[in-house]
Design a protein around this ligand. Structure first.
Ligand SMILES: Cc1ncc(COP(=O)(O)O)c(C=O)c1O
Length: 440
């Protein structure tokens, strides 16, 4: 059509051969993806080994916020790797610069960071901080939440998948409800900004479940893996206040919501949240593996020397990535583009929803949106069987999308923040073509 070009039904011949080889040697345990083998990507455009080109609405999994293979990021990684690949816990110039740059970019009260490698690892670090600082062990987390696959992260997570046959989970997790405006049988979203019904129920949950050892709360600004569920405006602010009133530490999991994804640099800005601890991953390296836990000097002071460490955390290449990504955000208006193009794409999707009987909800902010598919818009019965055909038909027409959702019925819309109008128009046209010919 212009940017995209898919010459044949996927997988193409080279992809087919390589996928067979892949499945022969690496365990085939990842989620479903369109059948192709990525060769390269620039900005929002992906090429496969058969010479097909696609527009990417995945950013990996909300990782490549600055665009795939941004030249400044590549150069920074190249430069650092020429100098030094690893030095474990020692200082290196890249690590020092990364720490300074990250802390200076954050709200003022967050004056310390610590670098790790994955989002899950950084969540584990945040749990350690909350427990060590308070001397308590109970963590309040939310049904449908996803914080990673390591034991602590999976235990505070509120999805069955990462915990399946992996129990027992760690003790001391108190599970609260997450208000979901699209599916709200208990009316938890109704009475904002006080959300009386919700917070009465939360008090009841804590009063009946806690052994009196509450340490803190961990929450996502929106629930990503559960299907991009955005709580009603004001709820997070109220939750933050509720935690403060009870002297609980408040950890915001911005592993996927940060770095411009929601149309603000940090998701916490939307409601001036001032969390005690914030966790970053994904976009912080935009493809270079790195994560961080950020907090106050006072909270970090609960750990003595040697009590937090990671083999690859703060390595020079990852640290150079942290710096380069922040420099790209300083130079390019990615946050503004996320807000502007996000609104444009959302309007386009809402128009498509009028023509597609199965697209029950389009929701999101900035360049992170969920499209929830149902059998019937009145009953809202989930329609997970539509997801694989949508992924395949989109890919065959030149658009890469992925799926999420507690019921497996949500398509994620999360292109790199560099997406322009031409790319948005072409990808929306593909989505419209696919959805208007969709049959249950
Ligand atoms: C909100 C959130 N927290 C934590 C994680 C875990 O990150 P990682 O896969 O890098 O361990 C993810 C990953 O998708 C996430 O979305």
């Amino acid at each position: 059509m212009g940017i995209t070009n898919v010459k044949h039904s996927l997988p193409g011949p080279k992809s087919r051969e390589l996928l067979e080889k892949w499945n022969k040697y690496e365990a085939d345990v990842v989620g479903y993806q369109a059948p192709l083998v990525w060769e390269s990507a620039k900005g929002c455009v992906v090429s496969d080994v058969d010479g097909n080109t696609f527009i990417d609405w995945t950013s990996g999994v909300l990782v490549t916020n600055v665009g795939h293979c941004h030249p400044h990021l590549l150069q920074a990684a190249r430069n650092a790797s020429e100098d030094l690949l690893n030095n474990y816990e020692c200082a290196n110039t890249y690590r020092i610069e990364a720490a300074e740059k990250l802390v200076r970019a954050l709200p003022k009260h967050l004056d310390k960071c610590f670098f790790l490698t994955t989002g899950s690892e950084a969540i584990e670090a945040s749990l350690r901080l909350m427990k060590r600082k308070t001397g308590n062990f109970e963590i309040i987390s939310f049904g449908g939440g996803f914080h990673g696959r390591t034991p602590g992260a999976a235990s505070v997570g509120g999805l069955a998948g990462p915990k399946k046959k992996y129990g027992p989970v760690i003790p001391g997790v108190i599970r609260a409800q997450f208000p979901n405006p699209y599916r709200d049988p208990l009316g938890f979203c109704d009475d904002g900004p006080d959300f009386r019904k919700y917070f009465d129920y939360l008090d009841f949950t804590v009063n009946t479940d806690s052994t009196g050892s509450l340490a803190g709360v961990v929450v996502e600004p929106y629930q990503g893996a559960s299907g991009f569920i955005f709580p009603p405006k004001g709820w997070l602010k109220k939750l933050r206040q509720w935690a403060r009133d009870k002297n609980l530490l408040f950890t915001l999991d911005e592993v996927q919501a940060s770095y411009g994804r929601t149309g603000r640099m940090w998701a916490m800005e939307h409601e001036d949240l001032l969390p005690d601890i914030v966790v970053f991953g994904k976009g912080i390296g935009s493809g270079i593996p790195v994560s961080a836990v950020c907090s106050t000097s006072e909270i970090f002071s609960c750990l003595k020397k040697g009590e937090m460490s990671s083999t690859l955390g703060g390595n020079p290449v990852a640290s150079a990535g942290v710096v380069a990504v922040l420099e790209i955000f300083e130079k390019e208006n990615l946050v503004g583009n996320s807000a502007k193009m996000g609104e444009y794409i959302k309007n386009g999707l809402e128009a498509i929803a009028q023509k597609c009987p199965y697209l029950g909800d389009v929701r999101g902010m900035g360049l992170v949106m969920g499209m929830e598919f149902v059998k019937d818009k009145a009953t809202k019965e989930p329609a997970p069987e539509l997801i694989k055909p949508i992924i395949n038909n989109c890919a065959n027409n030149g658009l890469l999308v992925g799926s999420v959702g507690m019921y497996g019925n949500v398509i994620r819309v999360a292109p790199p923040l560099t997406i322009n109008k031409q790319e948005a128009d072409e990808s929306l046209a593909i989505m419209e073509k696919v959805l208007t010919s969709l049959k249950l």
